[in-house]
Ligand binder design. Structure first.
Ligand code: COA
Length: 147
């Protein structure tokens, strides 16, 4: 298992991975509607706004994450269905938090779906995150660290 920094030429593969997660998948067109494309992500990486990490396993893209060091936001965390439950999400999340801490952001946060049936719901809570605001049935804001 190799965890390394994301490069621009990884991005098309990571967008494909994001579109096929078992839960919460986001297609290229859904992401494009939010203004997120491989091109916009490459610009953000190049300019140092975003930092990403990925996990390769058996020469496949197994999972990835990205953070925005300007805002302290955990932007994305996704593990391919066939690699869930192996500790990849936890290791990527630890790397993301460490990156944000190293940049000294005042607040580490993310937006998630507040549905206890989703794996991500219990996963974040088990990794030291807590809900600070439920915005709607589809969105809550979570923060890392002590309440
Ligand atoms: C959520 C997700 C990232 C988890 O990744 P993963 O690689 O399967 O998770 P891990 O195997 O690293 O699990 C890490 C820990 O969380 C724990 N965990 C997972 N689900 C849990 C739950 N529902 N309740 C409590 N703990 C849970 C595991 O027990 C594990 O703990 P351990 O390492 O101490 O044994 C992955 O399921 C995923 O990509 N989901 C789809 C996309 C998504 O929803 N992304 C997040 C929202 S944007």
């Amino acid at each position: 298992m190799l965890i390394r920094k994301t490069q621009a030429d990884d991005l098309p593969h990571l967008f494909t991975l994001r579109s096929r997660t078992r839960e919460n998948p986001l297609s290229l067109s859904q992401l494009e509607a939010l203004g997120i494309t491989p091109c916009s992500a490459a610009v953000a990486l190049e300019r140092g706004w975003h930092v990403g990490w990925l996990c390769e396993l058996n020469e496949n893209y197994a999972g990835f994450c990205a953070v925005d060091i300007r805002s302290g936001e955990m932007l994305v965390l996704a593990v391919a269905p066939e690699y869930e439950g192996l500790g990849i999400g936890r290791q990527l999340l630890e790397q993301a938090v460490a990156t944000l801490q190293a940049h000294g952001v005042p607040r580490i946060w993310l937006s998630a779906v507040p549905d206890p049936r989703l794996r991500a719901y219990g996963f974040y809570r088990s990794q030291g995150w807590h809900s600070v605001q439920v915005l709607s049935a589809d969105e809550e804001i979570m923060e890392y660290g002590l309440n």
